[in-house]
Design a protein. Structure first.
Length: 183
């Protein structure tokens, strides 16, 4: 994947065409490193319908490619030009590889792991460290069952259930938790 930027502009859609548009976005994302899907929405109901289809789609991971809502075609063109300009400037300054290296370092750091896992409602940084030592990586935690977590860590059944729900129950992980009720 190179430094090219690809745009997918979705101007009109309905329940019949949205699946095809999301599939196309997934294919473009696999081809281009920097891909943006810009979609035009005329109302809150249309936006809700689009987001509903987006989260039901199994084509790609969340936020890849980023979907950018706009009000009309002129605004879509402005967004495309702004994004292309930013990418060109980053390429000119040579900051793309620096940002990639920083992102990779952050993802590989233990601090990022602890922050990510302890953001699950009810878990503390100690619980995150326990999961890392007992189960392993985020991918292994995601694949672990409640019983695996209970057998290999000192987490309570309630916390093990929260971990499993976080990775496998969309109503649980799509519901924001107010900051006052965290941990």
């Amino acid at each position: 994947m190179g430094l090219s930027v690809a745009f997918l502009l979705i101007t009109e859609w309905n329940e019949d065409t949205i699946t095809a548009a999301l599939d196309r976005a997934g294919k473009i994302r696999r081809t281009f490193r920097n891909c943006y899907a810009i979609y035009s929405v005329s109302s809150n109901e249309a936006n809700e319908s689009f987001l509903d289809a987006y989260f039901r789609s199994k084509t790609f991971e969340i936020a890849m490619p980023p979907f950018i809502p706009v009000n009309d075609g002129q605004m879509a063109l402005e967004r495309m030009l702004n994004l292309a300009d930013v990418h060109a400037e980053c390429k000119r300054q040579g900051t793309v590889s620096q940002v990639d290296n920083e992102r990779e370092d952050l993802v590989c750091s233990n601090d990022a792991f602890v922050v990510a896992i302890s953001s699950i409602h009810g878990l503390t940084p100690h619980d995150a460290n326990t999961l890392q030592q007992g189960i392993g990586s985020i991918e292994e935690i995601m694949a672990a069952s409640k019983e695996d977590i209970l057998d290999n860590t000192d987490l309570s059944a309630e916390k093990a259930d929260a971990v499993v729900k976080f990775f496998h129950d969309p109503p649980f992980y799509m519901n924001p938790v107010p900051p006052s009720t965290r941990n």
